[in-house]
Ligand binder design. Structure first.
Ligand code: 5GP
Length: 191
């Protein structure tokens, strides 16, 4: 195996999406898992790129068919990782990256013991709150609930293999590239 699968965890609003998009743009070896979810698309989210958007019935069918590597309920919705895609890309030698919540990360580490975890942390709690409120895509109630969950999620950093603080996108991406063992512009530092 060239690259250990990497699970990226971090509280809502920390900037996981921006950092992972930049990582993928820089490193062609990276394959970012696209999750299934029962939540509705946010403005600008594209089916098959950000998520596969499913109905609760479709999601349940996938769970029953053992099609998910892990799944969890987060707030009022279900999220899961399509299993076949991930196993196939690991076999192909791609650097598989999964962006998951804490519950999902724990399941993946149990099922794929070679997986490594990275916690993406905000520079401070105030900054996280500012980013989450500034996103403007959720109701005030949803934001308050995400903040409560975020406080609990911050504790998980002590269980992770690496903590990357998102002070600035470029340096956070560089730390991730280094942790996964990727060289600049996709040349593998590990090979
Ligand atoms: P959001 O609704 O903001 O896109 O995601 C909410 C939370 O679900 C985030 O913490 C995100 O990392 C997590 N998440 C996204 N995809 C998955 C998945 O496939 N499995 C699990 N367990 N969590 C996921």
């Amino acid at each position: 195996m060239r690259f250990a699968p990497t699970v990226v965890v971090g509280p809502s609003g920390v900037g996981k999406g921006t950092i992972l998009a930049s990582l993928c743009a820089q490193c062609p070896e990276v394959w970012l898992s696209v999750s299934v979810t029962t939540r509705s698309p946010r403005p600008g989210e594209i089916e098959g790129q950000h998520y596969y958007f499913l109905t609760p019935t479709q999601f349940d069918e996938l769970v029953d068919a053992d099609g998910l590597l892990e799944w969890a309920r987060y707030q009022d919705h279900c999220y899961g990782t399509p299993k076949a895609h991930v196993l196939e890309k690991i076999d192909q030698g791609r650097a598989v990256v999964m962006e998951l919540d804490v519950q999902g990360a724990r399941q993946v580490v149990q099922r794929l013991p070679q997986a490594r975890t990275v916690f993406l942390a905000p520079p401070s709690w105030d900054e996280l709150e500012r980013r989450l409120r500034g996103r403007g895509t959720e109701s005030a109630t949803a934001i308050e609930r995400r903040l409560v969950v975020a406080k609990q999620e911050l504790e998980f950093q002590n269980e992770c293999d690496r903590v990357v603080v998102n002070r600035e996108v470029a340096s956070a991406v560089a730390e991730l590239v280094n942790f996964i063992g990727l060289g600049p512009m996709g040349t593998s530092a590990a090979s």
